[in-house]
Design a protein around this ligand. Structure first.
Ligand SMILES: NC(=O)C1=CN([C@@H]2O[C@H](COP(=O)(O)OP(=O)(O)OC[C@H]3O[C@@H](n4cnc5c(N)ncnc54)[C@H](OP(=O)(O)O)[C@@H]3O)[C@@H](O)[C@H]2O)C=CC1
Ligand SMILES: O=C(CO)[C@H](O)[C@H](O)COP(=O)(O)O
Length: 472
């Protein structure tokens, strides 16, 4: 019998918590997973949370589909990539025209667009939905970025809006545009997340090795900063991570964790797409590069053997400098992320609502932060070319970029890597200068390749009379 309001496939961390969230909001959800063991675990958890009455576990896929009321909405929350395509193929024989798939993993937006186009002629709706907030967000309210057809959005809107995080009573779920729009925005969200995390790590490096602070002292500072303009989920959890103690040794856990960061691809995709569209996102690029460098542990150990330990003499930067430097670096990074979204909107004809995107990032997601409310208001007043020229942020940047400069300079002298903060500073300095140095680059390009250059008042495809270098 068809009794479920919605179906959900994929009961790992995200899917199981989303299903419990849906059930808690009063919807009956049928659930399925490839491996039956996860279904058993889910059943036990739903019972423990008193939500078993609203969840219907199904071990057989056909039976699962039949349990969902038609026209069906079926959430897929499995590993991104081929598993999503496999799942779609397995589902198709059981679906009827008018049914819809709501894919909520971290899919590449071009895959989402392809799946959307593939299912459209079959009259199967497809929403590509970015979900952010990790385990806790999925259970209690994530930020939800929806892409796909408007019609399908209207069908799914009540449940997605109900399960999303709330900021001042407003749901952090919104329809953003056709096809891959939702997953594009989620991808850039993750790129910004990478930037935030890397900049925080760089600041922690100065605290640890330049100011000689132990993890507990660092934790206290992050907890303090979380009360000010840096207030955000990532600053909050940084305090907790630094404060955690290893059960076995009693030592700070962070000191035992190997300095090798993993990555699943969304940051790298963001950097690649930004480059492809010609929008500089140097903070995201720096963060991706930093993770890749971190993973080359044995190479780094060998290189330290060659050059000797970094000479990290005590620095004279203050905690106040570090706080402002982080704020400035983060604003530059968000400005870059929003600029990539704005360009994609134009390129793909999505009309992405920047103010709404900032709004639905104010709660639930990993990059939620106090200044997103200000960013949302700034974009609501009118689309800005770049956040760095929006008055509110000009004021913050004028106050904080000298600290970013001081910290990056001290880091260079003190042999601290600052791949991300220095990228933010260089972007800022490049962006805010009326006269740059690309005149020389153009001269060089014309010298070796007759690529032409522009001289104001004289034309756009001019050439120099360059000396020959033949035989030199
Ligand atoms: N973890 C997080 O914090 C976040 C994750 N996401 C995204 O959400 C999605 C789910 O993430 P998460 O919960 O961490 O789980 P994982 O990404 O670890 O994926 C595990 C789930 O995928 C299923 N799966 C894997 N391969 C297949 C396949 N070929 N066919 C059918 N099912 C398959 C697994 O089934 P089985 O049990 O049978 O192996 C399991 O249910 C991913 O796209 C992830 O990137 C988004 C936001 C946050
Ligand atoms: O989407 C997420 C958070 O928003 C996931 O946690 C994602 O896995 C994070 O990316 P990575 O694993 O590459 O650090």
């Amino acid at each position: 019998m068809s009794t479920a309001d919605i179906g959900l496939i994929g009961l790992a961390v995200m899917g199981s918590n989303l299903a419990l969230n849906i059930a808690e909001k009063g919807y009956t959800v049928a659930v399925h997973n490839r491996s039956p063991g996860r279904i058993d675990e889910f059943v036990a958890e739903a019972k423990a949370q008193g939500l078993d009455g609203k969840t219907i576990p199904k071990y057989d896929l056909a039976d699962f589909v039949q349990t969902v009321k038609a026209p069906r909405s079926i959430i897929i929350m499995v590993k991104a990539g081929q598993p999503v395509d496999d799942m779609i193929e397995q589902l198709l024989p059981h679906l009827e025209p008018g049914d819809a798939i709501i894919e909520c993993g971290n899919s590449l937006y071009t895959d989402t667009q392809r799946r959307f186009d593939y299912l459209k002629p079959k009259n199967i709706g497809y929403l590509g939905v970015g979900v952010s907030g990790g385990e806790e967000g999925a259970r209690h309210g994530p930020s939800i970025m929806v892409g796909g057809s408007k019609e399908q959005w209207h069908n799914a809107e009540p449940v997605l809006t109900a399960i999303a995080a709330k900021f001042n009573g407003e749901s952090c779920c919104a329809y953003l545009g056709e096809g891959g729009a939702g997953h594009f925005v989620k991808m850039i969200h993750n790129g910004i997340e990478y930037g935030d995390m890397q900049m925080i790590a760089e600041i922690y490096g100065v605290m640890r090795d330049g100011l000689g602070m132990d993890p507990k002292a660092c934790a206290n500072v992050f907890q303090e900063w979380n009360k000010g303009p840096l207030n955000s989920y990532l600053i909050e959890i940084t305090g907790h991570v630094l404060d955690a103690v290893d059960d076995q040794t009693g030592k700070p856990l962070v000191d035992l964790i190997l300095d090798k960061a993993g990555q699943k691809g969304t940051g790298m995709w963001s950097a690649v797409v930004a480059q492809q569209m010609g929008v500089p996102a140097t903070a995201i690029e720096g963060a991706v590069a930093a993770r890749s460098l971190s993973s080359r542990k044995s190479e780094r150990v060998a290189a330290e053997g060659v050059y000797g330990k970094p000479n990290r003499a005590k620095t004279d930067v203050t905690l106040a400098d570090l706080e402002k430097a982080l704020l400035a670096g983060k604003i530059v990074s968000y400005a870059q992320g929003f600029a990539v979204i704005a360009k994609a909107s134009e390129e793909f004809g999505w009309s992405l609502p920047l103010a709404t995107i900032a709004k639905i990032w104010r709660a639930g997601c990993i990059i939620r932060s106090r200044f997103l409310d200000q960013m949302s208001s700034a974009y609501a007043k009118g689309e800005a070319v770049n956040l760095l020229v929006v008055p509110d942020f000009v004021t913050i940047m004028k106050d904080s970029h000298p600290s970013l400069r001081k910290v990056v300079a001290a880091a260079a002298i003190g042999e601290f890597p600052m791949i991300c903060l220095s990228a933010s500073l260089s972007y800022f300095d490049s962006y805010r200068q009326a006269q740059g140095t690309a005149n020389l680059t153009q001269g060089q390009r014309d010298f070796f390749g007759a690529h032409g250059f522009e001289i104001e008042g004289r034309g756009t495809d001019l050439h120099g009379t360059w000396p020959s270098t033949l035989g030199k």
